[in-house]
Design a binder for this molecule. Sequence first.
Ligand SMILES: Cc1cc2nc3c(=O)[nH]c(=O)nc-3n(C[C@H](O)[C@H](O)[C@H](O)COP(=O)(O)OP(=O)(O)OC[C@H]3O[C@@H](n4cnc5c(N)ncnc54)[C@H](O)[C@@H]3O)c2cc1C
Length: 465
Amino acid sequence: MEDPRARIVIIGGGPGGYEAALVAAQLGAQVTVVDRDGLGGACVLTDCVPSKTLIATSEMMAALEGSAGLGIRYRSGGVAAATVDAPRLYSRVLALARAQSGDVAGRLAAERVEVRSGAGRLVGPRTVAVGDAKVSADIVLVATGARPRVLPDAVPDGERILTARQLYDLHELPPELIVVGSGVTGAEFASAYQALGSQVTLVSSRDRVLPSEDADAAMVVEDVFRRRGMTVLGRSRAASAKATGDGVTVTLEDGRTVRGSHCLLTVGMVPNTGGLGLAEAGITLDRGGFIPVDRVSRTSASGIYAAGDCTGVQMLASVAAMQGRIAMWHSLGEAVQPLRLSHVAMTVFTEPEIATVGVSQRAVEAGEADALVVKLPLATNARAKMQGFRDGFVKLFARRSSGMVLGGVVVAPRASELILGVSLAVEQHLTVDEIAHTFAVYPSLSGSITEAARRLMQPSEEDLI
Ligand SMILES: Cc1cc2nc3c(=O)[nH]c(=O)nc-3n(C[C@H](O)[C@H](O)[C@H](O)COP(=O)(O)OP(=O)(O)OC[C@H]3O[C@@H](n4cnc5c(N)ncnc54)[C@H](O)[C@@H]3O)c2cc1C
């Protein structure tokens, strides 16, 4: 007798794919995930998980660096002389990524999701080929991710000129690292390697680093970078990178050259949408090669959904996962809330971190949101003083008419954890009065969030920006 369950085939086993698979299996569908490079996707194996594991070590190095100011004296040969054991660090990073991939495999197996290894492509309506085998489906989800963009005259060789995915194959810490690109990925690696002990030069094509982030937050991070000895080259676009035996030379568009031991390219991502049979299935890609989708992850072809980086909607693991889940809820007839990008919380994992949610100051200044804005420097927060840091702030946006919290920015160590309070407020439409009446621990950094809300209840001119 034919299996009455809905048949779902998912191409790609990253967060867009595997989170969808879990939802679909829990809803009783028969699910197959086709993956080429390993479950967990680039997120787990090469991007998110490895980079944040590396950053865990760099945070420890930064803490050691700052510990003298907290009254710690070193014996000779003690922590002051700490250096990074690069092979050990990289093998920890890779082992952790493999273990995380194994966890994903375990969760899929527990939900009886079938996993096929290999490259999948659409052949005919709702049929996916994997090698010579064909799998038919009622619903197909494409979640094939993206890969690092490279420059025509800066071709990665995996030794001197690298993408972020090749860092962990090195045998040493780059003594002089040139990071090309000052977006989120570039800033995170520049920050991490500077703390790990590399001499870093950050090549930024714009006036300041992190051009898409809150300008005040980016300024704090750039100040910290420079104070810690990083060379930040603003308005400097890299034209080429050439390996020179024991090093690399990056030539800028204005003819200047920068020498280093290694060059890391972080100049964007391109979607993995070639060779998937999408055109034949009736899907026209956008100009960047991404798959256009609506807010419930539908493509223009009936029965074919897409999620994650291959859609270019917002390149975050959390967004990929949500798009994948929404696709399954929608296709399997469940009630579903369309994707709301205005509520996405995100973090730049520099030192200090920048975490944001909801409306931005740019939107307020452009008149897109009628909001009052208050910004409290962390230098006045008792806990921050105790812990010995002063770079950072809490910024809160509230609707002028009702006091409803519309968003916030936190720049602090572990801002990624602190932003949840603001996220909850945005998601649950809480007002500044409600936040102000919420107990925060004393002393705590989160106390600055409730304090910012209190200031917004009766704002004085000097509080507002
Ligand atoms: C250095 C770096 C750090 C990042 N850090 C963070 C972070 O801290 N937080 C965050 O939220 N986001 C982070 N991101 C972004 C995050 O990694 C992506 O948004 C996320 O991986 C997208 O998930 P996905 O499922 O769309 O794709 P992926 O994770 O790329 O998975 C796609 C999978 O599909 C497979 N595939 C491709 N083509 C085929 C095919 N034809 N057949 C079968 N399988 C195929 C791929 O091999 C891969 O396994 C980071 C990105 C980078 C580059």
